[in-house]
Ligand binder design. Structure first.
Ligand SMILES: *Cc1c(COP(=O)(O)O)cnc(C)c1O
Ligand SMILES: [Zn+2]
Length: 440
């Protein structure tokens, strides 16, 4: 039988059931990870796993039609199907960004549209796993009464939606005035208890850690490695979409560092089970205003850098003390990875440039695209390589960012690609003259 359990990421002895209320190693205080009985998973050949996953893709078969639960045996194998809370997450478009790619010098460019999801961000991939496990715990008489998280906007939207779908009460802690209006209204609409604290994300994180010491409130932040287990499927899905071929590079915008760790974990599991022979190189992209991981990388990861994150347009990654630091360092090392940063101007211009080729990018995706442009210009990524950029949220959540850009009102940004509306009287001759000028 397939089996998964928690163990200490640093290697302390001990294993704990996934249904136990435990977030960190009782011995060293470090993060846990979900470990799988890999020998059991080897009962099927790589080809057999690929066949199973291909066979489930795009179907409405519950729960395997979901892009997370398609890989159920690799995620949480012993979860009862009746406890799975799914919104058909995953299954996101791999957008062939050929026009943008040609413009910047990498024609084989793809954008993984993880924001085309139920609540508009990749956070749904992890939340389906966490909320499903909680549902199973509660059905078996666990003391959990509610699930809580600190958030820069997308985790809270996701938790609130999955909680509402399951009938489980949720509590979200948001940094006041630091999330977009769309992100604030999402958990409100889904009936969460929304606490807007007068602090930043790191301050919210400190409060939620204290509040969840009471075991009746379960912690849903990505220090809870159940989230990572769902998020790891993004890398598996990308490779599957390429008919099980590994791209050369995957670039992802990072803040708390759960996502890049998860991406690496899924890819390593594929390699271990023989589905792929080669690993891609990974790039973690940070906003220069919130760049502790970049600074650590520049010092060869000698030590963890924590800082007070400055305000950035990429608000979902405005984090100064990343929780999954150790996991992310291991990932960057295992994947011959790179950490690079982007300024406010670079991220905004990159996002606008992408939009002009048909995308509709959030500022975080802008960070990843700006970093891509840098690495191409530096000759680190070459023109014949296949590159995937992970788009982490839907641009529609960040309307103010778009409006601000096209009105050329964003601080530190010179809006080279601004395309403001033209205000005219309802006069045909004026309209015709204007169009002549526009179309040249
Ligand atoms: C959460 C989030 C990230 C960063 O993910 P981490 O796991 O915190 O590194 C990037 N982009 C968006 C839109 C997010 O919501
Ligand atoms: Zn430990």
């Amino acid at each position: 039988m397939y089996n998964a359990y928690f163990r200490c990421f640093r290697g302390c002895p001990g294993r704990w059931p996934l249904y136990e209320i435990i977030y960190t190693c009782p011995n060293c205080g470090g993060l846990l990870e979900v470990a799988h009985d890999m020998d059991a998973l080897r009962d099927r050949s790589a080809a057999a796993w690929m066949r199973i996953f291909d066979d489930r893709s795009g179907t409405t078969r519950f729960p395997y039609g979901s892009g997370v639960w398609r890989y159920k045996e690799w995620v949480v194998p012993d979860l009862e199907d009746e406890n799975i809370v799914s919104t058909f997450e995953g299954n996101t478009n791999l957008f062939w960004a050929s026009r943008l790619g040609e413009q910047i010098g990498v024609p084989d460019l793809w954008v993984k549209q993880s924001g085309n999801s139920h609540t508009g961000s990749f956070k749904d991939l992890g939340m389906t796993v966490l909320v499903s496990v909680v549902k199973q715990m509660m059905s078996r008489g666990s003391p959990v009464r509610a699930v809580a998280c600190a958030s820069t906007g997308d985790t809270s939207a996701s938790l609130a939606a999955y909680g509402a779908a399951a009938g489980i009460p949720t509590i979200v802690f948001l940094p006041q005035g630091k999330v977009s209006p769309a992100q604030l209204i999402q958990p409100i609409a889904n009936g969460a208890t929304v606490l807007a604290l007068d602090t930043d994300f790191d301050g919210c994180m400190r409060v939620v850690k204290e509040v969840t010491k009471d075991n009746s409130i379960y912690l849903a932040n990505s220090m809870n490695s159940l989230r990572i287990e769902g998020q790891k499927t993004v890398g598996i899905e990308i490779v599957q979409q390429f008919d099980w071929e590994t791209p050369d590079w995957i670039i992802i915008p990072v803040g708390n560092l759960g996502n890049v760790s998860a991406l690496g974990k899924g890819l390593l599991q594929m390699k271990e089970l023989g589905l792929i022979a080669k690993l891609p190189r990974l790039v973690a992209a940070q906003a220069a205003h919130a760049n502790p991981f970049y600074q650590s990388y520049k010092q060869g990861f000698k030590e963890k850098v924590s800082l007070k994150a400055q305000k950035t347009l990429a608000s979902a990654i405005q984090i100064g003390d990343p929780v999954s630091y150790e996991k992310a360092v291991a990932t960057i090392r295992a994947f011959d990875g790179i950490v690079e940063q982007a300024s406010e101007h670079e991220l905004a211009d990159a996002a606008a440039r992408a939009d002009l080729t048909g995308l509709y990018t959030c500022p975080h995706t802008g960070v990843a695209l700006a970093v891509l442009i840098k690495l191409v210009n530096q000759g680190i990524i070459s023109s014949d390589e296949r590159v995937v950029v992970i788009s982490t949220a839907h641009g529609l959540k960040f309307t103010q960012f778009k409006v601000g850009y096209h009105e050329d009102q964003l601080p530190e940004v010179e809006a080279h690609f601004a395309n403001p509306p033209i205000y005219l009287p309802a006069d045909v001759s004026v309209v015709k003259r204007t169009l002549e000028r526009k179309l040249g």
